[in-house]
Structures are given as C-alpha cells and as structure tokens.
Design a protein around this ligand. Structure first.
Ligand SMILES: [Ca+2]
Length: 248
C-alpha cells in the first residue's frame, strides 16, 4: 500500500541544502539532486501535491490520548469520548494509528476542518484496518447538513466490500472492490468539483474512473474531512492511519 506513491515517497525526505542545490534522499537508497531555481513543484510518484490541507500519521501523539492537537474533533462519541484514542495495536505507518469505537445506533465520528474554497480538484487518502465485522467510512463532509451531516465522496468499508456513495444521504452505493479484513487497506480519491467527476484507487488499483456525480443532488458545501464507524452495528472498532487531503 505504500506502493501508493510507488515507493518513492514518504521516504525520508532529508534535505541537504548545498548552495543552490537540493538533495533528496529516497528510501530506496538513491538520491535526487535538483537545482532549487528549477523547482516549481515537486511530484512524488503518481500523486502531485498541490497544497496539503491535512496530513496525519498519528505517530506524534501519546498512546491513549485523543489527537486534538492535530485539529481532530469528536463530532459523535460512539462508545464514549474516552474510547477514541491513539493506539499502537496496529499501524500502517510508524507504530501508531487512530482507534475509534462506535456502538449500535451511535457512531464514532471524527472530523477535521478543511478549506476547499481555493480549489476545484481535491484528493484524499486514508488507510483503514478492518477488524472482522467492523465497518467504517471516510469522506468529505459537512457536519451541519441535515440532522446528521452530509457526506460527499464517501467510501465505505463494509465487511470486505468497499463501496462508494457520491452523496449520502441521497445516492445509491456503488460496489468498488473486495478487501481482506485484518489487513490495512488504502484508498485514494480524486474529486473534480467543477466537472463533478470522481476517480478512486484501492490499494493502488484504479477501481472507479471518471464517475459522474449525481447531478440531481445538491452538493453539500464541504467543510470537513471525516472518518467514522458504521451507525447500525455494535462493537465497531476502526483503526485509521495516514489521513491526507490535498489539492491538485
Ligand atoms: Ca501511523
């Protein structure tokens, strides 16, 4: 899954500044040397980063605490406020991830504010560790829409089935992919708000291409990024890691 950025990335971008040159040390042991004056933007693997709006690998927090310092907020407390915390049970990067726990009828929902006012094209990425029987979802979001929030570009992890709803409430589920539980699954989504089209990758595989968003549903002004457990099942425990939102 870290194949995501095709091995290039997340490396350790140690930078050595030599006068006008930048040396980037990659995790595969090779270096890239570039002239600083030539840099307009740096592209890592397949994913060009415009502006990173949100990024958290959850490795900088103490185990057992809630990562408020990263801007995360508990919108709904699921099994209880104290059951939403940093864990070292499983991790996709480093040694820690965000563990959230919901109950039947009361989801755990963790949000972080994002500002998409300056961009048409937004990407998000998330890694999810599925305990058997636990369901979760990741999405762009507006917590103030309707009674329980409005999801735009919602990817749902449902007992090995990866599903997508372009708007929720309102749109039908589209089946994307089958994943193995008790393993990390990484999804990446690209949403062009201007033309209303979506692409989705699961574990690096393109599983939805140029999907047209349902034009009969009024978009819910996106204000947040969200991860949540499923509403309708008990004892839902999700682990989330490497949550990112960026623009093209
Ligand atoms: Ca991590």
């Amino acid at each position: 899954m870290k194949s995501l950025y095709i091995g290039l990335i997340i490396l350790f971008v140690a930078t050595t500044l030599l006068a006008t040159q930048l040396i980037i040390h990659k995790t595969d042991g090779t270096d890239i040397q570039v002239n600083i004056s030539d840099i307009e933007s740096i592209t890592f693997g397949e994913a060009p980063y415009g502006e990173i709006l949100l990024y958290d690998d959850f490795d900088s927090y103490e185990v057992g605490t809630f990562p408020s310092e990263g801007g995360w907020v508990i919108q709904y407390g699921g099994a209880g406020q104290n059951y939403q915390y940093i864990s070292d049970d499983y991790s996709n990067s480093g040694s820690k991830s965000l563990r959230i726990s919901g109950t039947s009828g009361w989801r755990a929902e963790i949000i972080n504010e994002i500002d998409l006012s300056e961009t048409d094209i937004v990407f998000y990425e998330a890694s999810f560790y599925a305990l058997p029987g636990s369901r979760g979802s990741v999405s762009l979001y507006n917590p103030d829409y309707g009674s329980w929030g409005g999801w735009t570009c919602r990817i749902l992890f449902e007992d090995g089935d990866l599903n997508f709803r372009d708007f929720d409430p309102g749109a039908e589920s589209i089946e994307l992919f089958s994943y193995s539980q008790e393993e990390w699954v990484t999804v990446k989504l690209r949403y062009d708000q201007q033309v209303g089209k979506v692409d989705i990758w699961a574990n690096g595989i393109l599983v939805l291409e140029q999907h047209e968003m349902n034009s009969n549903i009024e978009p819910f002004g996106i204000t947040h990024f969200v991860v949540s457990t499923n509403n309708y099942y008990g004892n839902q425990i999700n682990y989330w890691d490497d949550l990112k939102v960026w623009t093209e």
